[in-house]
Design a protein around this ligand. Structure first.
Ligand SMILES: Nc1ncnc2c1ncn2[C@@H]1O[C@H](COP(=O)(O)OP(=O)(O)OP(=O)(O)O)[C@@H](O)[C@H]1O
Ligand SMILES: [Mg+2]
Length: 271
C-alpha cells in the first residue's frame, strides 16, 4: 500500500493542511456536541466529529453552539485537541484506510525531545474517526514533529542572513537563518500572539514585537513575515525596520514547509 504524505499545521486559530494536490483549513475550535432545537445549515467549516466514543463540534459550529467551544491557548500542542484536529484534517483530504506519513509542528520553544516524543505517542498508530456521519480509518505509520517558523526558514533557501517572524494567534516564533543554516542562539518563541494580547492595535502589536526582537537579536537583518496576518502587519513593521516583506504564501507557509520537509525526508531515505 502506498503511504500518503500529509502536513498539518495545528494552529490555535486554524488548522492548515497540505498534501499532494490539495490544501485545506478549518478553525481550531472544539466543544461538546449538543442536539440543536432548530436545524443549522451546515457549512464546510461546521463539523460533527466522533472519536473514541465521544461526539464533538469542531470549527464554526463549536464556536456558535457548544457551551464549552474554545480554542486551546496553552503553549504545548501535544494534547487531545491536536489529535482530534489532525484526524479531522486527514478525514477531510485523504481516502479511507490510508497509511499516512504525517508531518506536524510545535512552536520553536516547545521543539524539545520530550515534547516531540509526546506528540508522536499521541498521533502514531491506527485511528478511527467519524466526520459528519462518515467513518474513516487511518494508520499513521510515521510522524515527524517540525519546528514552526524554523522549517519555513529552511524551505525558503535564501542566501545571507534573514529572520522569519511568524505572528500566530498564540505564539510569535522567530527564526534566524544564515545562508540556509538555522542559528539557534538567535531564534525562539515569544509568549504572546495576535489573539492573546487584548485591546491593542496591529500598530502597537508590531511595535511590541520589534522591541522584543531588537532586544534579543540586536541589529535586525531583513525580515520575512509569515502567519495569517503577515500582509496587514508589514506596513507597521516597516515603520521600525525598513527591510520587511510579507511572504506571498504566508498563511500556509508553515504547512507547506512541513510538507517539503516530508518530501525531503522521503528523498533522502531513497538516496
Ligand atoms: N487571511 C487573513 N487575513 C487576516 N487575518 C487573518 C487571516 N488568516 C488568519 N488571520 C488571523 O491572523 C492571526 C494568525 O493566524 P495564524 O493562522 O497564523 O495563527 P495560528 O497558526 O492558528 O496560531 P499559532 O501559530 O499561534 O498556533 C489569527 O488571529 C487569525 O485570525
Ligand atoms: Mg501558526
Amino acid at each position: 500500500m502506498s503511504i500518503r504524505l500529509i502536513a498539518v499545521d495545528s494552529g490555535r486559530s486554524s488548522t492548515k493542511v497540505v498534501t499532494d494536490g490539495a490544501r485545506d483549513w478549518f478553525p481550531s475550535i472544539l466543544g461538546e456536541y449538543r442536539d440543536l432545537k432548530l436545524e443549522r445549515k451546515m457549512q464546510r467549516t461546521d463539523l460533527v466529529v466522533g472519536y473514541a466514543g465521544q461526539r464533538y463540534y469542531v470549527g464554526d459550529v463549536a464556536k456558535d453552539e457548544s457551551v464549552s467551544g474554545a480554542q486551546l491557548m496553552i503553549s504545548s500542542k501535544a494534547h487531545m485537541d491536536t489529535k482530534i484536529f489532525v484526524l479531522t484534517a486527514l478525514h477531510r483530504v485523504l481516502p479511507n484506510k490510508s497509511a499516512v506519513f504525517l508531518v506536524t509542528g510545535e512552536p520553536i520553544s516547545n521543539h524539545q525531545a520530550g515534547e516531540k516524543l509526546r506528540m508522536k505517542q499521541l498521533l502514531l498508530g491506527s485511528h478511527e474517526i467519524a466526520v459528519n456521519g462518515e467513518t474513516k480509518q487511518f494508520d499513521i505509520v510515521r510522524c515527524e514533529v517540525a519546528a514552526e517558523c524554523a522549517t519555513a526558514g529552511w524551505a525558503m533557501r535564501r542566501p545571507g542572513r534573514y529572520h522569519i517572524v511568524d505572528c500566530g494567534s498564540r505564539t510569535v516564533n522567530f527564526a534566524t537563518m544564515e545562508n540556509g543554516r538555522w542559528i539557534d542562539r538567535v531564534s525562539g518563541s515569544l509568549d504572546y500572539g495576535l489573539e492573546t494580547v487584548q485591546n491593542i492595535s496591529l500598530s502597537m502589536f508590531s511595535r511590541m514585537t520589534v522591541a522584543e526582537l531588537s532586544r534579543r537579536l540586536g541589529t535586525l537583518a531583513p525580515i520575512v513575515l509569515i502567519g495569517g496576518k503577515a500582509s496587514q502587519l508589514q506596513e507597521y513593521f516597516q515603520q521600525y525596520t525598513s527591510d520587511v516583506e510579507a511572504d506571498e504564501d504566508a498563511y500556509y507557509r508553515n504547512a507547506q514547509a512541513f510538507y517539503e520537509l516530508g518530501v525531503h525526508a522521503l528523498e533522502t531515505a531513497k538516496a
